[in-house]
Structures are given as C-alpha cells and as structure tokens.
Design a protein around this ligand. Structure first.
Ligand code: BGC
Length: 742
C-alpha cells in the first residue's frame, strides 16, 4: 500500500521487533563479548557502529564510552522535540514528532510557533478514530507504513503515537486520536499500526500510559479505578503494543493514577510495564508531565520532555546529576535509562545509514484514500436513498460549513501541514462534473452568522437533492487536545438547520464530520440517509463523494456507541465524581461498564450501537459451528460460520464475535467483543469465516489471584453485524484444562 514492495521487505528484515527477544542471559553474554578486545580484529569499527553485532552488544559498547554528561543528555530534551547530538561519538540528534495521523509540522526549537519551513508538509491520514472505524488491521498496517516512511523522510526517529486511550466519555476532546471504546478492537488495530511504523526503522511511541481519558484538568486529575477495570479495559491495548507489536517507546500520561503522576508512576511503569510485561524500550514523559526528580529517577521514566523550565533545570538534568553526586541516586539507575534510550536509537538504524524515506507518494495518497473510504459509516439509509445516481440528478444543494472546512491543521499536537486536503464540496464537484448544477450555502457558521439558514433552505427547496455536511470541528472546544466538549449535541443551530432543510427537501442526506459521537436532535427521523465521515484525512472529499455516489460501498462500523443523550452515558451517571472529577479525583465507578458494555448491560437504547454500519448490499449469516481446539496456548475454540452477500453489489462486512459467560464467578458485562473479521464478498458469494478465540477471550481478570482466570463454564457466543445486530448464537463449554491463571 505505501510504496512497500522490495524496499520494505529489506527494511522489515532489518527492523525486526527485538525488545522481547533479548533475555537477561543473552544480554550478559553479549555484554561480555562486546568488552572482549579484538573480538573483530579485522573490523576497525567500534562495536556500537557495527550493524552486524546484536543490539545489546552495541548498547553495552556505547554505554561504556559515554561520559556522565553524555549519559544525562540522553535522558532529557534539549529542544521541543530533540535530544542532543554527541558528535565525539558520531551520534546524531534524536528527533521526535507527533503523531498520530501524519508527521506534524516542525515547530521552533524553544517554543510552539511553527518553524516556518517549506519542507515539513505531510500526508494527512484519516484520524485514528476513523481508522478504528475501518475495523481492518491490514488498513492499520498500511497506515502505519505511511507514517513510518514519511517520518524517515522527515528525519524523525520516534513518532509520538498512536494513542490508545479508551473512549470513556464521548466528551473527551481527544477521542479522535484514539481507537474508540473497545480494548480488543483498539489492540488489534494499534498492533498493526505500530508494526507498520516500526517496519520502516522509526520507533512508535504508544501513548498516553495510562487512564488519560479526559482533557479537563488532565495535568492534575487523579484517576481512581479498581484493578480489574484497569486490566480489562484500560491496559490491554498497551499490553498488546508491548507484547505483540514490540513497541519501542511508551509515553506516560499527564494525569495521576492512584495518587502518583503517570510519568513516574511506580505501579504502572516499574511494576506492570517493565516488570510484568518485560518492556525493554524507553518510557518518555508527556510534554511537561514530569514533576519530581526522585520519582522520575526511581519510578521508571527514561526520557523527560517538554518541562516548562530551561533544559538544564529539567528534573532529569542538573537535579539528577546533583543527586548522583550526593549519592541519592545510583549510577545503575542512570545506566538503565540510557540503555533503554540507546536500544531504541540503535534499533531505528540511525547509526547505520538509515535509508531516506518517501513522502506524499501516489501510494501514500492511495492509502489515505483507501482508509478514508473504509472508515465512512453509513448510519442510516431508508428506502435506498443512497447511493445517489449522478446521471439522474440535475441539481444538488450542498449546505454546511464542513463542506468547505479543512481539518488537517486542527487538533493541537495532532496538527498536520497537509500537502492537500480535498473538502467534501470539492470531492462532490469533481465527481459530478459539469452536468449537475451544484450550489453551496453555508447554512451555519461556527461563529454564528445570522441569515444563513433561510438561504440554505431556499437552495435545498430548489434542488433535486440536499446534502448537509455538518458536525463538529477539529478545534477547541470540540475535537481537540486541551479541552473536552461541553455537550453532545451539534453546535451552531445545526439541528434546526437540518430540520428545516429536510422539511424543504425530503431527499436530504446528512454527512457528519466529527471525531466523537454526536446526537441528532429531532431530525434523524426526517432524513432518509446519514453518513458519519469523521475527519477523514486529505482524501476526505473524494472518499465522501465515492460513498455518496456509490463508487465505493461503505464498510465502516462504529468504533464507539452513539448515545441518545449525555444522561445515558456511563461517566455521567455518578455526577461530578465520575466526570470530570471532584476535588482533583475522578472515580471510574462504572468500572467495566464502558461503551456498549454499559448500554447493553443496563439495557439503554443507543442512537447507534457499537459496531453498527450499513452497506449498499446485504449479508446473511448462517451455519454457526463452534469447533473446540486442544492446544494449551493456541485457540480454545474456532467460531465458524457462512457469510453470504445477498445483494447485488460487491461489499465488505465486519463480522463481530461477542462472548457472554453464563455464570461468572465475578460479575461480567453482558457481552464483550473478542473477535472480528472484515470480509469482502462479490454479490451472491459465500465465505466460510473462521475466527479463533484464545483462552484470554473467555477470561476475566481476577484481582484475588491475581491473574486472568478462565472458569469452566458455558459461554454464549454471538455473531453479527453490530453489538445489537446479533444474527447467530451458540454455546460452548470451556473445559477444565484451560483454567490456570496467566
Ligand atoms: C500531548 C502529546 C504530544 C506532546 C508533544 C502533549 O501535549 O499530550 O500527545 O505527543 O504534547 O506534542
């Protein structure tokens, strides 16, 4: 997808995940080898510069050559996004960049103003929530490859993303940067995203570890939740990033967790991440997320970035040196941090003449387009209102600010200086050509300009079809870092606008651009078709036009529930205590019941359920078989069924597998997503789909053990097109043999 081909294969072989393959024993053995003089007499290069040597040999060799000052230079920034070069040893500056849906424009060294360069444009991929709506791990891999290739071209070594924080409240300003409300979906896509990036010799930095689920008071809020909720909901995507994708870097979150800042949180960083999961890469702070030298030294922080102080006064700069000199801190603590930084530096190939990447290639544009199309969710399509037949239309009224608004340069740290961005209006104009009369009326503006509504209604009345392109914006206080949204509804009088337009023209289609769920106040029943198009990257307009006019058959599914009202949402239920917090503490009292786990268990009807998304064709599910497996570590049961395209067009369905335990020892949500597969089918075609469920699919985290416990019990397995559209049901008895806690 991303200009991969032969060069990517070579790169992939070079940049294998390595963090988990190095055991303590091999580390010692290679360290000894590295010290042996003349180990490679014929090679004049010092071991750390020899790509043929194992990473750990190179790390130990380099570590032994560094002075105290040079070591300290590795553990804190010397500009907004760099650590210094060490020219004596031929070590280049290390460059980091945001993330997550493209390589951010460069900023000045010491402030956030744009650097004013002309070579820092990038491909603007659809936001991560849109990627999640594809439910397609292969698309996530292609997406990651675009980021990796462009980062390398831009000289970046660590890309600050993806974010894998869960959508706990639809109001979170950064929901668009994350993968939605389900840990399994987030984990599957994040793993492939990270593999795609790192295949190109660029470190992925998964963020924000952990429980960073709101922007309100993010810099000081203390998150309290029970252990089981942490393990089952908020950690699995990070765990998969570490254990499966071999992610090279992790960023701590701004907030506190159980009273201690996440960037130096003993439990999260030392105990869970580095201890239990065996993470050997580096932990960096979020920008300004470090608060204390002693904790930073002892509690697992390896690289301090963005502190609001002169660089030498960073917590891990002079104060660290002072503490070392006074004997408060050990040399071993510093060495461990430096080792982790060196590992990542060496793994990215910067010492080995890492080849240049590529930027804005046709393949990158194609990847952006493909993800954009696959991300669009057809929420409603009564009477086959869509797709539109351009040949039978003479006029279209396009209404709404988002028809012309560009979103790349919003989102704060997620901001991209895009090579281009096709607006929905542009995309539709390109698609329909000259023979359809297209008018545009704003209808509303985010600065509440009066008089626009009547004009839009008149335009709608005069046209064959009205297309309202509304939603939110990629700016504060909507879908943007730094603040949460204040309400769930559409702003700037859009509800009234849509009601009036629909009354004037029954063929009204609503396209929403947003990075989080919105409500549809009083107009959903009045319009035949609604499409969720997110902030869909630089190919957004083309992708939207392709879906509206049927060149692409929509296959996106919601990665988050669209609730009917804010009062229905899990974080709302406990008042300020559960969101946004009281006296500096936010309590996740809803526990495991986040997203559809909440709506389904509590029998609350959502506007659109998790996993929902229509197609221009239809699918039949049949012949469910649950085939037990016997392997200790392999699948426990394979869920098999036939999926048939019963319509007249090719299309793709995301088949979803949900698990329910009959009599759990501890209460569990009504159902939990444990598998899915996106299947492309020609009209009339049938495919037998097999989805393997491992032991973890049946297990819950038992804090009493502690560990993942799969009880011998009956498990109901449901298969369907959304969490509320379950077409097949079966039961499976988990045998005794799979009981040992992990
Ligand atoms: C954000 C991070 C980002 C960093 C650097 C912080 O404000 O929370 O996600 O990577 O800035 O821009």
């Amino acid at each position: 997808m991303s200009g991969a081909g032969a060069s990517a294969t070579v790169l992939r072989a070079r940049f294998q995940p390595w963090l988990l393959r190095v055991t303590a024993a091999t580390a010692i053995a290679v360290a000894v080898l590295a010290m042996a003089p003349g180990a490679r007499a014929a090679d004049e290069r010092p071991p750390y510069l020899d790509p043929a040597r194992p990473v750990e040999v190179r790390v130990e060799d380099l570590l032994a050559r560094l002075t105290l000052d040079e070591k300290l230079a590795f553990v804190h920034g010397d500009s907004k996004f760099t650590t210094p070069a060490i020219s004596r040893l031929g070590l280049p500056r290390r460059w980091m960049s945001d993330g997550p849906h493209g390589v951010r424009e460069d900023v000045k060294a010491n402030n956030w103003d744009p650097a004013g360069r002309t070579d820092d444009f990038a491909t603007f991929m659809p936001v991560v929530l849109a990627l999640a709506a594809t439910w397609n791990p292969e698309a996530a891999h292609a997406y990651g490859e675009v980021i990796g290739e462009e980062a390398r071209q831009r000289g970046k070594d660590i890309m600050l993303g993806p974010g894998v924080n869960l959508l706990r409240t639809p109001l979170n300003g950064r929901n668009s940067e994350y993968f939605g409300e389900d840990p399994w979906l987030a984990a599957r896509l994040a793993v492939e995203y990270i593999r795609g990036v790192q295949a190109h010799g660029v470190a992925s930095c998964v963020k924000h570890f952990a429980a960073n689920n709101q922007e309100t008071q993010r810099g000081r809020i203390d998150v309290e939740m029970d252990e089981r909720t942490l393990r089952e909901l908020y950690l699995p995507a990070f765990e998969a990033a570490v254990k499966e994708a071999g992610v090279w870097a992790v960023m701590g979150a701004y907030n506190k967790f159980r009273g201690e800042y996440c960037c130096h949180n003993e439990y999260l960083l030392n105990h869970v991440l580095k201890g239990e999961w065996g993470f050997r890469g580096l932990v960096m702070s979020d920008w300004g997320g470090t608060h204390d030298t002693g904790q930073a030294v002892r509690n697992g922080l390896d690289l301090e970035m963005g502190t609001w102080k002169p660089y030498n006064q960073y917590f891990l700069a002079d104060p660290f040196r002072d503490g070392l000199q006074k004997g408060d801190f050990s040399q071993a603590a510093l060495d461990d941090k430096v080792r982790r930084n060196l590992r990542v530096m060496i793994a990215t190939g910067v010492l080995d003449g890492r080849p240049a990447g590529s930027i804005n290639t046709k393949a990158h544009q194609a990847a952006a387009r493909r993800v954009a199309e696959e991300a669009i969710v057809l929420l409603k399509n009564a009477g086959g209102a869509l797709p539109l037949d351009a040949a039978r239309l003479t006029s279209i009224a396009i209404i709404g600010e988002n028809a012309v608004r560009l979103h790349a340069y919003g989102g704060d740290s997620a901001r991209i200086k895009a090579f281009y961005e096709v607006s929905p209006l542009d995309g539709i104009l390109r698609r329909v050509g000259d023979h359809v009369n297209v008018t545009y009326s704003p209808g509303y503006r985010n600065n509440a300009a009066p008089g626009l509504l009547d004009q839009a209604v008149a335009a709608a009345r005069a046209a064959d079809v009205a297309i309202v392109v509304g939603g939110l914006i990629h700016e504060r206080p909507f879908d943007c870092e730094g603040t949460d949204r204040r309400e769930l509804g559409l702003p700037w009088g859009q509800d009234e606008l849509i009601r009036r337009v629909a009354a004037a023209n029954p063929r009204t289609v609503v396209v929403l651009c947003s990075g989080s769920p919105v409500t549809m106040g009083g107009w959903l029943d009045q319009v035949p078709a609604v499409v969720e198009a997110w902030y869909d990257g630089m190919e957004a307009g083309n992708a939207i036009a392709a879906v509206l006019f049927g060149d692409a058959n929509p296959s996106g599914k919601l990665p988050c529930t669209f609730p009917r009202r804010i009062e229905d949402t899990p974080a709302f239920a406990g008042g300020a205590r559960t969101y946004p917090g009281e006296n500096g503490v936010v309590h996740y009292d809803e526990g495991l019941l986040v997203g559809y786990r909440w709506y389904d268990t509590k029998a609350i009807d959502p506007l659109f359920s998790f996993g929902h998304g229509l197609s221009y064709t239809t699918f039949r599910y049949a012949n469910l078989k649950l085939v037990p497996g016997t392997s200790a570590s392999g699948p426990v049961v394979t869920v098999q069924f036939d999926l048939t395209n019963t319509g007249t067009r090719a299309g793709a369905e995301v088949a979803q597998v949900y698990v329910h335990q009959a009599k759990p020892g501890l209460p569990r949500p009504l159902r939990e997503l444990k598998g899915f597969q996106k299947v492309v089918l020609e009209p009339g075609a049938t495919q037998t789909v097999s989805i393997a469920l491992g032991r973890r699919a049946f297990a819950f985290y038992d804090p009493g053990k502690p560990g993942w416990l799969a009880e011998p019990d009956t498990f109901e397995i449901s298969v369907g097109g959304s969490s509320r559209d379950l077409r097949l049901q079966g039961a499976f008895d988990l045998p005794q043999t799979t009981l040992a806690p992990e």
